[in-house]
Design a protein around this ligand. Structure first.
Ligand SMILES: Cc1cc2nc3c(=O)[nH]c(=O)nc-3n(C[C@H](O)[C@H](O)[C@H](O)COP(=O)(O)O)c2cc1C
Length: 385
């Protein structure tokens, strides 16, 4: 996809929404036309409706017995290349990193880079954040019309100071009326499901995941994900799975459990402990996209596959790096960004210290290739000796 292909539909959308309009174009139309539809005409009667390109409804996944596995939204990690890789290793649903509603409304080109995705990532949710109901609704409508994700996810969990200072992310959890207004505005402005991701509360004193979750459901959330920590906990302590179980019991909508799933066995334990309809994995996927296959095996009662061996792992690194370069279209920039993944992929490798240090300096894929090849050969020789 070129900047042109991103910006042209964007410009068209802005024109459709805010550009000069004829009297006719106002007639009974609340929202600009969606992308994949064609007029449906019956001979002798005329136009009777539209064909809408049907995508499988991702909500059906949550109603089935096959608990879907989500790749969590993660800023700087859950980008398109990693999402594609995780989908190919068994993630059933992916969510974009959080995107600022203000950035979307300002038509900031960098923000729009975060919104791009490939069809093979579906079902995908785009996650947005902000504390202004009208601005969130406008951003959500734009994302739906221009990018067409399967659902919109609202971030009420981000603990980062810069975000909560303006009441964004988990900052909203201090004002549940505001949370409800945001959900209502977004749900009213869009046709795809509005889902939410919350933490257990702002602080220990304001910890009340069941109340927060019920308020989200009442406001129209179609699915709720709970990361069972408060904002003040950040990532410390452990996620309280009892809270996930309590929210599952209290809500009618599907609940996705999140927090501290580090391997396949954890995924099964979380499901058994809480009865959650879906499982979301974040840090456990770092340098380990295969965790989704292991989690699936555990949930299906099958033996959990071993972590891949060195060669297989390195093939995965190359594939991921190639996807990253193709997405970024600037090899050096992509590889500098990719260094964190290289660190994760090689964490814990026997005698891997030197390899990791060298990988942190790479700027080209060929450098990665030769470092990995040298390590694989040396470890094969060491094993044979
Ligand atoms: C690097 C990183 C970036 C994250 N970015 C987001 C984000 O953009 N949106 C969001 O809702 N949560 C974000 N999270 C939180 C995760 O989605 C998840 O809720 C949290 O890490 C707990 O899950 P885990 O125990 O499986 O890691 C982020 C987490 C990490 C580690």
């Amino acid at each position: 996809m070129t900047p042109f292909t991103v910006l042209t539909p964007l410009a068209a959308w802005f024109l459709a929404r805010w550009g000069p309009r004829s009297e006719e174009s106002y007639a009974g139309e609340a929202l600009p036309p969606r992308h994949p539809r064609a007029r449906l005409c019956v001979e002798g009667i005329g136009e009777v409706g539209y064909f809408v390109a049907m995508k499988p409804n991702f909500l059906d996944l949550l109603e089935s017995d096959r608990v879907p596995l989500y790749l969590a939204p993660q800023a700087g990690v859950s980008e398109s290349p990693f999402r594609r890789l995780c989908r190919s290793y068994g993630a059933d649903v992916v969510v974009s990193e959080f995107v600022s509603s203000e950035g979307i409304r300002r038509n900031d080109p960098r923000t729009h880079e975060y919104l791009r995705f490939d069809d093979d990532e579906r079902p995908i949710g785009i996650q947005i954040f902000g504390a202004e109901p009208a601005a969130m609704a406008e951003a959500a409508a734009l994302v739906e019309d221009v990018y067409g994700p399967d659902f919109l996810d609202l971030n009420f969990g981000c603990p980062v100071k810069k975000v909560v200072k303006r009441n964004g992310g988990s900052g909203c959890l201090r004002d549940l009326d505001l949370v409800q207004q945001i959900i209502r505005s977004v749900a009213a402005a869009t046709r795809i499901p509005t889902t939410v991701k919350i933490r257990s509360g702002w602080s220990e004193e304001l910890r009340n995941p069941v109340e927060i979750a019920l308020r989200c459901q009442d406001a129209g959330a179609a699915v709720l994900t709970l990361h069972a920590r408060t904002r003040t906990q950040m990532y410390g302590g452990s996620a309280d799975w009892d809270e996930i179980a309590a929210v599952v019991d209290a809500l009618d909508i599907p609940v996705v459990g999140n927090g501290d799933v580090w391997n396949g066995a954890d995924a099964l334990r979380l499901r058994e402990h809480t009865g959650c309809a879906g499982i979301m994995i974040a840090r456990g996927s770092h340098g380990a996209p295969w965790i989704f296959g292991q989690a699936r095996a555990a949930l299906d009662g099958k033996p959990i596959p071993l972590d891949p061996f060195v060669r297989e792992r390195f093939d995965m690194v190359r594939e991921h790096a190639q996807l990253a370069i193709a997405f970024e279209r600037d090899e050096e920039k992509a590889m500098i960004e990719f260094r964190k993944h290289l660190g994760w992929y090689t964490k814990g490798l026997p005698n891997g210290r030197q390899l990791r240090q060298e990988l942190f300096g790479v700027r080209k894929l060929v450098e990665v290739d030769s470092l990995l090849e040298r390590y694989a050969e040396e470890s094969a020789t060491a094993l044979a000796a």
